[in-house]
Write a protein that binds this ligand. Sequence first.
Ligand code: GLA
Length: 321
Amino acid sequence: MIGLKDKYKDYFKIGAAVNSRSVKTHEKLLKTHFNCITCENESKPSNILKKENEYYFDEVDRILKFAKDNDMAMRGHTFVWHNQTPRWLFKDATRESLLQTLRDYITTVGKRYEKDFYCWDVVNEAIEDKSDLFLRKSPWLDIIGEDFMDQAFRIAKEILPETDLYYNDYNESLLPKRDKIYKAIKDMLDRGVPIDGIGFQCHWNIASPTMDEFKRAIEKYAELGLKIQVTEMDVSLFAFLDETKLDKPGVELLKKQVAIYKEAFKVFREYKDIVDCVTLWGVADDETWLDNFPVRNRKNWPLLFDENHEPKESFYAIMDF
Ligand code: GLA
């Protein structure tokens, strides 16, 4: 069977989020279909700084070895985030000391992988979903101030001049967030902040966003003249507040999922000049974070390969062009 990555070789890279187990358990699918890797958790501050002031790289190194052995690119994920970041980093910090901490962190982690990670999510999820606030509340905002994103990108570019630097967020297609992310990035560009691309997480479900909403989003972001990556795509079979549990995926639900993958990849292909990589958040339906989010212990089937690692209809739908 021709691999996804080969079918898309003239379009964009095809990525998957992995962990140090799944590079073994899902090895065959990864080697056949993917040419880019993101660490699901291993390259986040919480995992690299497991202990205070001690860096831990073993797991990232193991995943990197797998990527290199198989000629796969790697994305770095992530430097500045309100989540999965040790609280002690912020304790008694001042603006100046936290900027220095960030500089030290990017120097140690970014430089270590400078030749191997071709891009990094410099800031993840800094824009508030609701309309009352612009930036999400976070220790980075509280301590550094409203220019924390500018600072993060400037510092990262100084240290990693050759690396593509991304702003990454979810609900990228929905209003009001779509306009807010656009504005935040446009304003940064106007101020000369060195940002190379926008990451659309694309944690979608069968009800949202509509493909019209998504098309409007990509059209609008494309105006910024930056690269675009799809960084964390999956399509849940359940609308966000739906708590239904199923033993197996319903036929009608799967049909909706197929239609979404088909249409979305068609749009990604139309934008191939700016879309650099499309990453799925996982490899196959036997292992997905959506089995525990937003409903704990509720099986979900959001990816392109089933629980037995066989291609789903969604897979064939995006191979059919
Ligand atoms: C966010 C983060 C990812 C991951 C997913 C859920 O989108 O950016 O790193 O934690 O949530 O697994």
